[in-house]
Design a protein around this ligand. Structure first.
Ligand SMILES: Cc1ncc(COP(=O)(O)O)c(C=O)c1O
Length: 326
């Protein structure tokens, strides 16, 4: 009887928890971003097309609204985020903005650990978004910020909800459930290639695995900077980085390296040709997409190449030399 009562109580609580989570966290306008056609990049061909998800249309201005919202929703559903707790994570970039505005909307305090090497303009944007910041040793880089977040959490786990974007599977599941299906719908299931850069690896893993589940022949191309010291903000050079738990090293059919200068040239080109302001990581994706397009054209194949433009570069301007701005 006692067991039955406990079981009933657990079910009731979890149903109530889910119900509450759904009620307090609708999609908040996150996702359903436009898919842009970029015909200028494939003017040499009539059979190859490049499209890009314009992720700056998210309310917080970047693709990171998707995983941040999902991790918070899951925190509510599982009871790890309860009222009065503070959302805590290590981030100096788009995820920080996402936590800040979603936290403010839902009534949660947000505390971010950030390397004090942060560009003053980005620090200002984060503070204005409502986040509190703890600045960490600049010599310890983003790893120092991660260690600080872990330390704060370990000292008082009941005070904080620590999503840990690098290792939280809800990060990539957000893309599996939103970015992937949106691309399928927007292309009428005709996508032949998906290309994305690796930061935490969440976008590539979640979107790529969803597209593969629906279209087994789709080619998945992962993009990385060509060297450890690079300026492609938001992306990681995996070989020389702490590899995030979210990253799946076996998913890509192909890995492509992009030079910072080529990505920056693409920012300028898209600015002039399409009158669009895009961030350098989105530009790196477009450099890789243009390469794939030329190859497919040479081989005489039809291709619908889809990539993402994670942001418009506002948050990542002035990032450090290793581009770590997750
Ligand atoms: C500007 C920018 N581009 C790309 C990425 C990479 O996305 P993901 O972490 O899903 O790999 C990020 C992640 O923060 C980013 O901020």
């Amino acid at each position: 009887m006692t067991i039955l009562v406990i079981f009933y109580y657990a079910i009731t609580m979890s149903i109530v928890g889910i119900d509450l989570a759904i009620r307090v966290t609708p999609d908040l306008g996150v996702g359903n971003t436009p898919l842009l056609a970029l015909p200028g990049l494939t003017s040499f061909s009539t059979s190859v097309r490049i499209y890009a998800k314009a992720e700056w249309f998210n309310p917080g201005g970047s693709i990171k609204d998707r995983p941040a919202l999902r991790m918070i929703q899951r925190g509510l559903e599982t009871g790890r985020l309860t009222s009065g707790r503070t959302i805590l994570d290590a981030t100096s970039g788009n995820t920080g903005i996402a936590y800040a505005w979603i936290g403010a909307r839902l009534g949660y305090r947000v505390l971010l650990t950030v390397s004090s090497a942060i560009h003053p303009e980005r620090e200002k944007i984060l503070r204005e978004s409502g986040a509190e910041l703890i600045l960490t040793d600049p010599m310890a880089g983003s790893d120092g910020a991660i260690l600080k977040a872990r330390e704060i959490y370990a000292l008082d786990p009941h005070e904080y909800f620590y999503p840990d974007q690098y290792n939280n599977p809800e990060n990539w599941r957000a893309h599996y459930d939103t970015t992937g299906p949106e691309i399928l719908a927007q292309t009428g299931n005709s996508v032949t290639h998906f290309i994305a850069g690796l930061g935490t690896g969440g976008t590539f893993r979640g979107t790529g695995s969803r597209l593969r589940a629906e279209i087994p022949s789709v080619r998945l191309v992962a993009v990385q900077p060509d060297s450890p010291l690079h300026g492609i903000e938001g992306l990681k050079h995996m070989e020389s980085s702490i590899v995030p738990g979210v990253f799946d090293p076996f998913l890509a059919d192909e890995n492509m390296s992009v030079r910072t200068e080529d990505a920056q040239a693409m920012v300028a080109r898209i600015g002039i040709e399409d009158d669009l302001r895009i961030g350098v990581s989105g530009a790196a994706n477009l450099v890789a997409a243009a390469r794939v397009a030329r190859r497919e054209q040479r081989e005489g194949r039809h291709a619908t190449i889809v990539t993402v433009i994670p942001d418009d570069g506002r948050m990542t301007a002035g990032a450090g030399a290793n581009g770590e701005t997750q």
